[in-house]
Design a protein around this ligand. Structure first.
Ligand code: ATP
Length: 259
């Protein structure tokens, strides 16, 4: 069953098509990765799906409802959320404080809610659930800026989980991580995909090929391939898009850059 769908989705910046007539239905429960060379349109595609940029053409459906014109917060409330390439956490606040803000934001007026004991307890229970979900219980009192980049990324995902999403779009969650933390993030994303529909933009090809059930390939804003990882690795158009470099070669370069 499709949970999120792009129908003929496109956006132009002047005469330049950053995303060009992309149609794809994301299956519920499937971990799908979106890959493509730099500038292929991956982040712009996420922006169109989540409403951070209005499309020039086409539509977005969530559970068969046309959500193209809905404001971002309405899409989030429906269960569609995302993370960004640039880390978005409150650096000076502890892990718990960051998560508490995310939970309170979801549950309406934080001050009115906290004035009631049962509201306060519900928030704290939810914060505990999130701490557990993102494996940061040991860091509950640590300010975000004192943690490793990988742990900060986990926290950021925790902030997104605070809105109880059904679909989570992750934009380069392994960017800037060393090899060890990349492996840990890969395991974490697989774990998230056991209960959520995850759509991942990522440059680490070995991770993409290992954890994805489906891979979409964008080039110059167009969807040029869609299939299982093994099919994508054999696809000549995809190999051409990556300038003849093997996926492994591209990946090793990226990992060593980040190590
Ligand atoms: N607001 C904008 N105005 C003009 N051009 C834009 C805008 N946003 C993106 N672009 C252009 O659209 C193209 C696609 O950009 P996008 O960031 O989506 O690519 P990407 O595949 O995510 O790249 P990367 O892998 O490097 O993050 C690029 O050429 C970019 O310069």
């Amino acid at each position: 069953m499709s949970i999120l769908e792009a129908r003929n989705l496109g956006v132009k910046f002047g005469s330049f098509s950053a995303v060009d007539d992309v149609s794809v239905a994301f299956e519920k429960g499937c971990l799908t990765s979106v890959i493509g060379p730099n500038g292929a349109g991956k982040t712009t595609f996420f922006n169109l799906l989540t409403g951070f940029h209005p499309p020039s053409s086409g539509s977005v459906f969530f559970k068969d409802e046309d959500i193209t014109q809905l404001p971002i917060h309405a899409k989030v409330q429906m269960g569609l959320t995302r993370t960004f390439q640039v880390l978005n956490v409150f650096d000076q606040l502890t892990v718990m404080e960051n998560l508490r803000i995310a939970v309170q934001r979801l549950r309406g007026n934080p001050w009115r809610m906290l004035s009631r004991e049962e509201g306060f307890t519900a928030v704290e229970e939810e914060v505990e659930r999130l701490l557990e979900a993102v494996h940061l219980k040991d860091f509950r009192s640590t300010p975000a800026d004192e943690m490793s980049h990988g742990h900060r990324r986990q926290l950021e995902i925790g902030l997104s989980l605070g809105v109880n999403p059904e679909v989570l779009l992750l934009d380069e969650p392994m960017s800037g991580l060393g090899m060890y933390e990349t492996g840990r993030m890969s395991d974490f994303i697989e774990e998230l995909a056991e209960t959520l529909t995850v759509v991942l933009v990522e440059h680490h090809m070995s991770v993409v090929m290992k954890i994805s059930q489906r891979v979409l390939v964008l080039q110059n804003g167009r969807l040029i391939a869609d299939g299982a990882p093994a099919e994508i690795q054999q696809n000549s158009a995809v190999r051409e898009a990556y300038l003849g470099k093997s996926f492994d070669g591209a990946d090793k370069r990226k990992v060593s850059e980040n190590a």
